[in-house]
Ligand binder design. Structure first.
Ligand SMILES: Cc1ncc(COP(=O)(O)O)c(C=O)c1O
Length: 468
């Protein structure tokens, strides 16, 4: 190896890569297996030129309506002008990014704002770069505060908390957990079942930590029964257990309240956030904890740096982005919009469910965190159609979501998301700026597509797939 410059792409050359070049480099240098799925959906054919508000603009002139929303990380839409302005100003004034030797006023600003928004008593904030990192840090905080005698962690069936090792240990997926060595101090319970929690807490005094998504996202948008979290709170108090509310996906206003647990008027001990905290422009995660818990774990100078700042934990521009994003959420009444448009979206989807009741099984969710569960056709598709798709992929057999998602993009320029554990659920997590008219576009497109009937949908999909 010499120090001679190799054949490096420039930024402009990268921006101009063709579909063929981008696909080839993705396959060779990023993730060949993932390309397989992108190709199944036809998503690899879109090169995005720019993104603004609710839309992606492709190089070949398409304007794609985004109901995917980066799995909840684009609450302010793409490139919100106020966020761009803050970032431009940060750069033009050459403000500092990394302030490990000094107090970063920007990190302080994020912490102060999140504490002001959170319920009383949740005053201490840890800033990081992702949801997984926030979950890791929250689990460690709880474990440290509880001590060795209460080191067991309870988590829920069908949970998703991230893919780093600690977070993965409480992510209920054989697929993601694969053959990795994980934490062994953990116990799994059914989600939304207070009795099961009570039973396990009664029999296992060494349980010290409980982690739950307030609304399960990866499971296919699962809202627990009413009063569940009230019982969770009371059981945790009774058994001296710290409750971590993972609000990485459902938090930050998506359900119509800043935190989804607010609907039950309860307060957890530690809350995790990420995704839209970065304003759709940068990587940001955080936990917010009750001060006594934090002080017990890391309060003394001796312990302060045990899980102290990571190198990129609170970069200046990212912090300014988060501060502006939190202000926008209130200034533009986005939580109110999430509630209002969420209600409208669910009511229109209910209308579709009744109209296409042989195809849509259920519509559920809260605010702008909505799932459409389709009927499972794995056992009922006509033989000819089954044969047709058997050449494609195991994942697509009987699951309409792939066909519907693929055709919604191809024929209607509408982008929707899929679900980790339930292949029959399409997830809708649009930016919180979505309008009634844009919801109508989604509904009319889906209605028009479903009118084709299952056999034609599958045939159209297969034709499209084979044309690539
Ligand atoms: C509830 C929840 N927790 C944690 C995570 C992990 O976040 P990240 O992908 O930023 O690591 C996710 C990601 O989807 C999530 O939905």
């Amino acid at each position: 190896m010499s120090n001679q410059k190799p054949n490096l792409l420039t930024v402009e050359a990268t921006k101009g890569l063709t579909v063929e070049e981008a696909t080839a480099f993705f396959s060779k240098h990023l993730n060949p297996g993932q390309l397989h799925f992108l190709k199944l959906l036809g998503f690899h054919r879109v090169i995005v030129e720019k993104a603004e508000g609710m839309y992606y603009y492709s190089r070949d002139g398409r304007k794609i309506l985004d109901f995917f929303g980066g799995f909840g990380s684009l609450s302010f839409g793409h490139n919100h002008p106020r966020i761009l302005e803050v970032r431009k100003k940060f750069m033009s004034e050459k403000r500092h990014e990394i302030a490990m030797a000094f107090i970063s006023q920007y990190a302080v600003g994020v912490a102060k704002n999140l504490a002001s928004i959170s319920p009383d008593g949740l005053d201490i904030v840890y800033i990081c770069c992702s949801g997984s990192e926030a979950v890791e840090a929250a689990l460690k905080l709880a474990e440290k505060a509880q001590g060795k005698k209460k080191s067991k962690i309870v988590y829920a069936e069908n949970s998703f908390h991230g893919k780093t090792k600690g977070a993965l240990s409480v992510t209920d997926s054989d697929f993601y957990q694969s053959s990795f060595q994980l934490l062994n101090n953990r116990i799994r319970i059914p989600f939304g079942n207070a009795e099961a929690l009570e039973n396990v807490l009664k029999t296992e005094p060494s349980i010290g930590v409980l982690i739950l998504e307030t609304i399960q996202g990866g499971a296919g948008i699962v809202v627990p029964p009413e009063e569940y979290f009230k019982k969770v709170r009371s059981l945790c108090d009774q058994h001296n257990v710290l409750w971590i509310a993972d609000e990485v996906q459902c938090g930050l206003g998506r359900t119509g309240r800043f935190f989804a647990f607010e609907y039950e008027n309860v307060v957890p001990d530690i809350i995790t956030l990420a995704k839209s905290l970065g304003g759709g422009k940068c990587a940001m995660g955080a936990y917010i904890a009750r001060s006594p818990i934090y002080l017990k774990a890391y309060g003394s100078p001796k312990n302060a740096m045990i899980h102290g700042p990571a190198t990129f934990g609170a970069m200046g521009e990212a912090c300014c982005t988060a501060i502006e994003s939190l202000n926008i959420l209130y200034d533009e009444n986005l939580m109110e919009n999430a509630r209002k448009q969420g209600d409208y979206l669910v009511s229109r989807l209910e209308y579709l469910r009744k109209k296409h009741n042989k195809i849509i099984k259920e519509v559920r969710g809260r605010g702008l965190m909505v799932g459409i569960e389709f009927v499972d056709f794995s056992k009922t598709l006509p033989f000819g159609i089954k044969q047709m798709i058997s050449v494609l992929d195991d994942k697509l057999k009987g699951s309409l979501c792939g066909f519907i998602g693929s055709l919604l993009l191809k024929d209607y320029d509408v982008l929707v998301a899929f679900t980790e554990y339930n292949r029959n659920v399409i997830r809708l997590e649009p930016p919180l700026i979505v309008t009634r008219e844009q919801i109508d576009v989604l509904i009319n497109s889906l209605d028009d597509l479903l009118k084709r009937g299952i056999v034609k949908i599958v045939k159209d999909y297969v034709k499209y797939f084979l044309s690539s």
